[in-house]
Write a protein that binds this ligand. Structure first.
Ligand code: BYC
Length: 480
């Protein structure tokens, strides 16, 4: 079988020769109805009958892997797709560095691997649940289609992790696969595992911020897992990253188009001061300071996903060859880090300062620093749009100590510049930094659907080009 091609003959499209693996095929076929029930209950509400112009993977060849067509979402062909095996691949880091990559789960690391796969798997359906009402307020059919594309692919990413659980983890893998369909984002009794995935995504600015910031964490975590010595995990994550690129595109261009529309409207109305919030809002666009507050919220929630500053879990996973660093294969050092140190921002004697920590224990922070760098590049591109339209405003990422719920800085309150605040000052000034109820009400008032092909809500600029090079008036979703 040609690994690049996906076999669409059976119930579950795949490029892992599922037809010759009766046990796993049966297990996945048994899991399938529960997944479809979950999708029907928790997937995009109100649009399950609509025809959506979606891409489906037909190959894992990076040069041409997708085909576009109209699909009813419940009929989307969710499947199991692994990037091609690299011949002779070795474990790239940790104490087993240089040994042959594992094709089976090494017994001593079973629990660790299972935990990482379950955490990763849990985020995927969670994001679909968080976004399930957004179709109803889509600013255009183009944006609605992008939302649904992201949703079906997050669903596929759940399949990717469930395949690993079913194939490599026996009975407990099956139980974990079931549990992934039982937890619910934001549920008081059975919440999703990580904090940011229990927050709401109430409006489209939040959706774009989420896909900019939180999907970017997804990219970083997948890059780290793609380095894994457990080859099936590495190959799974490598293909997921191909899909993930579109999600980041949706977030980045979505926020950019909102910023662009705001700046254009300000220019047309002759408003040069971005802090004239009420005047800007009267134009029916979102003022830049409110966009900044949403960025502050989503960035700080996403930082929590990197775990604690000092983490023995992270050290153990690296040492074991299970979870690497961002682009481990491009780094030039011994890939074992036993003696090295890494500067970590910590709370020492009440002050926020760097401390050299053992490099292995600091791996969560190393990944987070790479993440912050990647976010800053994107923010720079937003700022270019603002500068090109001549508005004196710069978007900035808040300090990493701002508004944290995991790690060192949970103990303190800080402003966006990282200055410590008393509890009373924080309470008084919170709405300067984070969206207030009034901000949320205003944004919500703009969230009126625009469902005419080629038209866009007034608070967001049209995209530069269509999906799959379609013309402006293309009907991306045929609403049923
Ligand atoms: N919430 O040693 P530590 C994505 C727990 S996004 C709740 O620092 P570690 C996507 C931790 O479990 C990417 N609990 O933890 C994006 C541990 O508990 P135990 C998702 C937390 O393991 C958009 C304890 O605190 N993928 O794909 O070094 C749409 C000690 O912590 C949290 C991954 O995250 C938290 N935020 O780091 C769709 C990759 N943080 O076990 C999808 C897999 C920590 O001692 N996960 N704790 O009882 C990991 O790599 C790591 O587990 C974490 C945590 C980075 C999450």
């Amino acid at each position: 079988m040609n690994i690049a091609q996906v076999d669409y003959d059976g119930l579950i499209p795949n490029n892992v020769a599922l037809g010759q693996d009766e046990r796993v095929k049966r297990a996945l076929e048994k899991w399938h109805p529960g997944y479809i029930n979950w999708w029907n209950d928790m997937g995009p509400e109100g649009f399950q009958e609509s025809l959506v112009y979606l891409r489906t993977a037909v190959s894992v060849d990076p040069k041409g892997w997708a085909k576009f067509d109209y699909v009813r979402m419940p009929d989307y062909r969710w499947g199991v797709l692994l990037a091609p095996a690299l011949k002779g691949r070795k474990i790239p880091f940790g104490r087993h560095k240089g040994e042959d990559a594992w094709q089976e789960v090494p017994g001593e690391y079973r629990a660790m691997l299972r935990r990482l796969i379950v955490i990763q798997g849990d985020t995927e359906p969670a994001s679909v649940e968080q976004q399930r009402y957004l179709g109803k307020t889509a600013p255009s059919l183009y944006d609605m289609r992008n939302l649904f594309q992201v949703n079906v692919e997050e669903g596929r990413h759940l399949w990717a992790m469930v395949y690993l659980l079913q194939k490599y983890f026996g009975t407990d893998g099956r139980e974990e696969a079931e549990a992934l369909l039982q937890r619910r984002s934001g549920d008081a009794d059975t919440p999703r595992m990580l904090g940011a995935f229990n927050e709401q995504t109430p409006d489209w600015l939040s959706f774009f911020m989420f896909t900019f910031f939180t999907d970017r964490d997804g990219k970083m975590q997948l890059e780290a897992l793609a380095q894994s010595g457990f080859d099936p995990l590495s190959r799974t994550c490598r293909f997921m990253l191909t899909e993930e690129a579109h999600h980041m595109f949706v977030g980045e261009t979505g926020v950019t188009r909102i910023i662009q529309r705001t700046c254009e409207a300000m220019k047309e109305a002759g408003i040069s001061d971005p802090n004239e919030i009420e005047r800007v809002r009267k134009l029916g666009v979102i003022d830049l300071p409110t966009i900044q507050k949403k960025a502050n919220l989503h960035f700080s929630l996403t930082l929590d996903l990197f775990g604690n500053e000092i983490s023995t879990n992270a050290a153990n996973a690296f040492h074991a060859g299970i979870k690497g660093r961002y682009r481990e294969d491009r780094l030039k050092d011994d890939h074992q880090l036993e003696g090295g140190t890494y500067p970590v921002l910590r709370l020492i004697d009440g002050k926020i300062q760097h401390e050299d920590s053992p490099a292995l224990s600091a791996l969560n922070m190393r990944l987070r620093d790479d993440y912050v760098g990647d976010c800053n590049n994107g923010v720079g591109r937003w700022n270019k749009v603002i500068a090109d339209l001549g508005i004196p405003f710069e978007m900035k990422l808040p300090h990493v100590a701002f508004h944290r719920q995991i790690g060192e800085f949970t103990k303190i309150k800080a402003d966006v510049a990282g200055n410590r605040l008393s509890d009373a000052d924080w309470t008084e000034r919170r709405d300067e930094f984070l969206p207030s109820d009034a901000d949320r009400d205003f944004i919500e008032s703009l969230m009126q659907p625009q469902l005419e092909p080629g038209k866009f809500a007034g608070w967001i600029a049209p995209p530069k080009v269509g999906i799959d090079n379609k013309p402006g008036e293309f009907e991306y979703v045929k609403i049923a």
